[in-house]
Design a protein around this ligand. Sequence first.
Ligand SMILES: Cc1cc2nc3c(=O)[nH]c(=O)nc-3n(C[C@H](O)[C@H](O)[C@H](O)COP(=O)(O)O)c2cc1C
Length: 379
Amino acid sequence: MTTSDHHDIARSNDGATLPDILRSVDIGGVRLDSPTALAPMEGVTDRAFRGLIRGVGGCGLTVTEFVSSESLKRNDPKAWRHAELDPTEHPVSIQIYGRDPQAMAEAARECEGLGADIIDLNLGCPSKQVTGGCSGSALMKEPERATAIFKAVRAAISVPLTVKMRLGWDHETLNAAEIAYSAQEEGAEMIAVHGRTRMQMYRGSADWAGVRSVSERVKVPVFVNGDILNAEGAMRALQESGAQGVMIGRGAVRDPWVFQRVNAALTGQEFIEPPLTERAESLRRYFDYLTDGTLSQRHACGRLKKVIGLFTRGLPYGDDLRAQAFHLHDIEAIYEATAAYFERLQAEGMNRFGELHNAVSREVELDERAERYAIYALS
Ligand SMILES: Cc1cc2nc3c(=O)[nH]c(=O)nc-3n(C[C@H](O)[C@H](O)[C@H](O)COP(=O)(O)O)c2cc1C
């Protein structure tokens, strides 16, 4: 079965379930058990959060937060921490960003040495801090430089190379298909596309159908990304985009079970909703990872608040918990507040997180205050 056959199957499918062949994906020899990936999220998808996702199960590929190639070059401990992997987590991809092909090649080599199964290049970050340095999505305006980076990185590593991008810089320059094609010609083995332009930042809705231009242009697997919150959204995104897989970010923070939901839908099985106690327990394990001594208390509290913010967005009493956690600076106190939150939901008979989440609208709201990748509500 060739990749183009995969495309034909995806395109011809208009039912609720996809054929068996689409349940797993091969990325340059790295086999994913499920055609799903956790989207890289700075400040969120660290080793602890990826541990939470692995613990819950169902996610085909996890990806680190982005790692600055220049910071690795300067030997900045923060950059090394972003690239840190758990020896048991596979397959895992390390995402790097930068604009200098040689620095990117060097960073990729280092990351391969850390045990990454895949190296991913960031052509999607919209933040001024990153695009101001003319990397991230700004590279979509400089296709020649992007190609030089693909070439240099490909030559430096032996593991598969993947690229994550947006639809283009703005709606006048929707060049994702050309950039993806060039990446493929230089040896990239998978392309993930967030269905927005750089100028949209996180406004409006992700255009899954817009990703079809990429799926139709390249032979390598394409993962569609943006605003996928549940199995129904994943199925629609696959059908509209013709992609082979889904990449999920904020939806996975709100609901780490989302990958299992997608897998169940893809295989035509029923998803058994985890009891609320299992959710509370998964968060407890995440707290434990966070407090394993690798992060300062301040840092760990910041991460925790970020995850709780996304985890409870749109849920009953979520505002109360976020407001309460905002004023807490001790990890145990935050944990206790969260445990009390779960007890309250339980006491009021709200056991079905999935249903609560599904009831929430798909509207995406931009948080104008945040500077880099802002934390946006899928409220
Ligand atoms: C807090 C946060 C941090 C992010 N950090 C990164 C990053 O480091 N690298 C990257 O390629 N995209 C990053 N993104 C973008 C996501 O990977 C993803 O493309 C985007 O959130 C849309 O997908 P979603 O709707 O499933 O979240 C970030 C997004 C958020 C919300």
